[in-house]
Design a protein around this ligand. Structure first.
Ligand SMILES: [Zn+2]
Length: 252
């Protein structure tokens, strides 16, 4: 009678899944649809449709695992956007979507890289979309994830599928911008990449670029979780160490 009972070991959502769920909720609240697609992808959708033709130097940064010459493990979730854009009927309204999921690259595994990681990419295509819409969206996102006091700044960058392209920095949530080890004493932390959708990407999907334009962004839920919880090694996510995972238990 006095023996302790057997306790159920109840599982919890992985910290990356929690981060992705939270981001999905946030974007659904702003009217985005959540779309998933194949992880084994055609070269056509992963690269060609994204304005990265064969022999484009950007392919070097996204080397991956090939099934054969035409099939590969997707290097980003952008092909889901290409597939959705191609099918979208604009007479039914604008396209607002996010595509979360697993992606693969032939990266050397170290503290900040893994051959498998997660992405959450967003795409909005409509009439009269400007960079102000992009900036407002990213600011709202940064405040949601990293705290209401956050500010953002956009720095010029390059991606084949956006023009202009930007890197997005958020004010450091540890020191509030004064400078600390987390922000490498700059007061800013780079969190994601974004830009206005390149006309070639829209044309590839049969969209009339005289009428429609849009913005896109891509972020790493792994990186977001590392920043938010101060995790210094990405491999901790994949080692199934319960001492690590149980720190992220949430109610419900
Ligand atoms: Zn700082």
């Amino acid at each position: 009678m006095t023996l302790p009972g057997n306790q159920d070991q109840r599982g919890v959502s992985h910290v990356i899944v929690q981060m992705m769920d939270d981001l999905e909720d946030f974007f659904m609240g702003m009217g985005y649809q959540v779309v998933s697609g194949p992880e084994v992808e055609e070269d056509h959708y992963n690269f060609e449709m994204m304005n990265i033709p064969a022999n484009h130097p950007a392919r070097d940064m996204q080397d991956t695992f090939y099934i054969n010459n035409e099939l590969l493990m997707r290097t980003h979730t952008s092909p889901v956007q290409a597939r959705t854009l191609e099918k979208h009927d604009f007479s039914q309204g604008p396209l607002k979507m996010i595509s979360p999921g697993r992606v693969y690259r032939r990266d050397t595994d170290d503290a900040t890289h893994s051959h498998q990681f997660h992405q959450l990419e967003g795409l909005v295509v409509d009439k009269h979309i400007t960079m102000a819409d992009l900036k407002g969206t990213l600011l709202a996102l940064s405040k949601h994830v990293f705290g209401q006091d956050r500010e953002i700044r956009l720095r010029p960058s390059y991606f084949p599928f956006t023009e202009p392209s930007v890197e997005v920095d958020v004010t450091c949530f540890r020191c509030g911008g004064k400078g600390c080890a987390v922000c490498k004493y700059t007061g800013w932390i780079e969190v994601l990449g974004a830009g206005m959708v390149h006309p070639n990407v829209l044309r590839n999907a049969g969209v009339d670029t005289d009428v429609y334009g849009g913005f896109a962004f891509g972020l790493g839920p792994d990186r977001f979780a590392m920043l938010k919880y101060g995790i210094d090694d990405i491999r901790s996510f994949y080692q199934n160490d319960l001492r690590f995972l149980n720190q992220f238990k949430q109610e419900g």
